[in-house]
Design a protein around this ligand. Structure first.
Ligand code: ADP
Ligand code: MG
Length: 585
């Protein structure tokens, strides 16, 4: 166990955990520790009193004294019971608040991160970290406190009783004890590796489960059940094997300890019996010694296991700190100011960007999205259109160049004020697992019910909403599974409309709509784009038609710009080709 603390990495983590989690709860832990000291003292006392019990029974046979002793024994155990209760209660309370606190902290930190972070961890991994790591932090603190206070002091108390009662025989116990502990420790060392891997297996199980739920249509229609089953099977079997390996190690330690302890006790009985019968020793002190020896077994066993418990917990603690120490990929400037009120012009100045180091997605892009006008972005897929929107919302920072909002570099404005100016309809709709009303209101949380309905009408969603069993109060399931693709898209349009912001970003917002709904949306957009800076990525000619300006993007560059008429005139132009082959009427 000392080795555990000799590692400076462990020391640092423990130190950090204690200063972040233990200090705040110092009063609760203080009470628990005091109670533990009482438990330890009472454990020692219960062994000590065995001397008097035996001597009074066997030697003096004084009934008065027996009353006193019986009273004392009752007193010892009542005190111990109370102290055990107080200790358990305060330890759990402090522990539970550590878990709550950690979970809040981890989640806050995760929320603070930019999109890039979310792509580096799988959702199942983050779920496991949020739930298990916080639990692990509590376990580590719990183990430290119980081992080093309750168990250690109980053991010390009992050893003191043993030494005082029978110094010579104590020597014998002190030789056997450490040997047993040494053996157990060697075995437990192996457990650590398995425990780290156990975390990973759990995360894999969650991942397979999630994919099955989200992708159930694909899983069923592609007959992927057996593939998914075998993936789950691998993950579950993995976990099972690891749990078995850990169990095998743990299972063998107990009998080893037990057997050694039994042999030691048999030896002690032999020696002490010999001393009482042949040497005329008082049986009282020997009884007290044997009791102390028996009582010492439990705390000694737990102390020997402290290291494994700590190692297990530390796996989680390490994972937790990995998340909270990860530098933010996208941060607000320390002197960031709210975006000033302005007409709402967006400009790209020599913007280059790549998601990964080697592949340029946008190269030296110069674009202007004039205030209050509608610009259409068209082009083959993968050309970087959605990326332009990502940069406008500052979900990523450009590698070079600037994105300007009314002339201000958005790197120097607060993220909140920037995003407050923007309504966004994403290419893949996302809805929350709640009611229709809740989902639309996410666009602007202080909107009245009337305003929500108005937005739904504008998005041509009101009619289908009223046809659902509970109207606006209908639950739509996880990511809106109870709705059709077009209905989901209309809800996400309504959500964006309710926001009534200055800038409207539509990323293929009508891709899932039928011709009629699309036509209705086009009419709605006619009103909506009035006075707003609108950027629409579109494959439909009808939407593109409405734009004041069309930008054709290919391979991260704006290769053509102009109105529909102007661009059509270019015989071999890119827009002309798109028009002929791609744009839908
Ligand atoms: N999160 C991402 N990580 C890495 N590459 C990405 C990511 N998102 C998009 N890309 C890549 O960037 C390029 C441009 O994508 P995108 O802007 O979505 O194109 P468009 O919207 O024009 O179809 C594509 O080659 C795509 O593979
Ligand atoms: Mg796209």
């Amino acid at each position: 166990m000392l080795k555990f603390f000799r590692s400076s990495a462990n020391q640092r983590l423990i130190g950090r955990l204690l200063s972040e989690s233990f200090r705040q709860h110092a009063p609760a832990y203080g009470i628990a520790i005091l109670a533990m000291l009482v438990v330890a003292a009472m454990t020692g006392a219960s062994a000590w009193i065995m001397r008097d019990v035996t001597n009074e029974f066997v030697l003096t046979k004084d009934i008065e004294k027996i009353y006193i002793i019986a009273g004392a024994v009752a007193g010892i155990f009542i005190t111990k019971g109370l102290a055990t209760y107080i200790q358990a209660l305060f330890l759990s309370r402090a522990g539970n608040s550590i878990i709550a606190e950690r979970q809040r902290k981890i989640y806050d930190r995760i929320l603070e991160h930019g999109i890039e972070f979310y792509h580096s961890y799988s959702s199942s991994d983050l779920i496991i970290r949020l739930t298990q790591s916080a639990q692990a932090a509590r376990t580590v603190v719990d183990v430290l406190v119980t081992s080093f206070v309750r168990d250690l002091f109980s053991l010390l108390g009992l050893v003191a009783v043993m030494v005082i009662q029978q110094p010579a025989m104590s020597l014998f116990a002190f030789v056997v004890g450490p040997i047993a502990i040494f053996l157990v420790q060697r075995l437990l060392k192996r457990a650590r590796r398995y425990m780290e891997m156990q975390f990973l297996s759990v995360s894999k199980i969650v991942q397979v489960m999630q994919e099955t739920v989200f992708g159930v249509r694909i899983v069923k229609s592609f007959n992927l059940e057996s593939t998914m089953r075998s993936q789950m099977n691998t993950a579950v079997t993995d976990l099972q094997h690891r749990a078995n390996s850990i169990a095998a190690i743990e299972a063998v330690t107990s009998p080893i300890m037990e057997t050694l302890a039994g042999i030691a006790i048999a030896g002690v009985i032999l020696v002490s019996g010999y001393m009482i019968v042949q040497g005329g020793y008082s049986p009282g002190s020997i009884m007290s010694f044997i009791t102390a020896l028996l009582l010492a077994y439990e705390p000694a066993k737990r102390l020997a296991r402290t290291r494994v418990a700590l190692e297990t917990g530390m796996v989680g603690v390490r994972m937790m700190y990995e998340i909270s120490d990860r530098p933010l990929s996208l941060e607000e400037a320390p002197d960031a100011k709210p975006l000033k009120k302005g007409p709402g012009e967006i400009r790209f100045e020599d913007v280059s960007f790549s998601y990964r180091d080697d592949e340029a997605v946008l190269s030296q892009l110069n674009l202007v999205f004039p205030a209050g006008q509608m610009t259409a972005l068209v082009g083959t897929s993968g050309g970087g259109k959605s990326t332009v929107m990502n940069l406008i919302m500052r979900l990523y920072d450009p590698d070079s160049g600037r994105v300007l909002f009314d002339g201000e570099d958005i790197k120097h404005t607060t993220l909140h004020s920037l995003r407050d100016r923007i309504s966004y309809v994403s290419q893949d709709t996302f809805l929350f697992s709640d009611t229709i009303l809740y989902n639309i209101r996410m666009g602007r949380q202080d909107a009245t019910d009337e305003e929500v309905i108005e937005a739904a009408k504008a998005a041509n969603a009101h009619e289908f909403i009223m046809a659902t069993p509970e109207g606006y109060q209908t639950q739509i399931g996880e990511n809106g599974v109870f709705l059709s693709g077009g209905q989901r898209q209309r809800l996400s349009i309504a959500r964006a409309m309710l926001r009534r912001s200055q800038v409207l970003l539509l990323d293929e917002a009508t891709s899932a709509l039928d011709a009629e709904s699309e036509a209705l949306f086009r009419d709605a957009l006619e009103h909506l784009k009035e006075g707003r800076t609108t950027i629409a990525i579109a494959h439909r000619l009808s939407t593109v038609h409405q734009a004041n300006n069309i930008i054709v993007m290919e391979a991260g560059k704006a290769i053509e710009q102009g109105t529909h008429k102007e661009l059509l005139k270019r015989e071999n132009g890119a827009y002309r080709k798109l028009y002929d082959f791609q744009l839908m009427p």
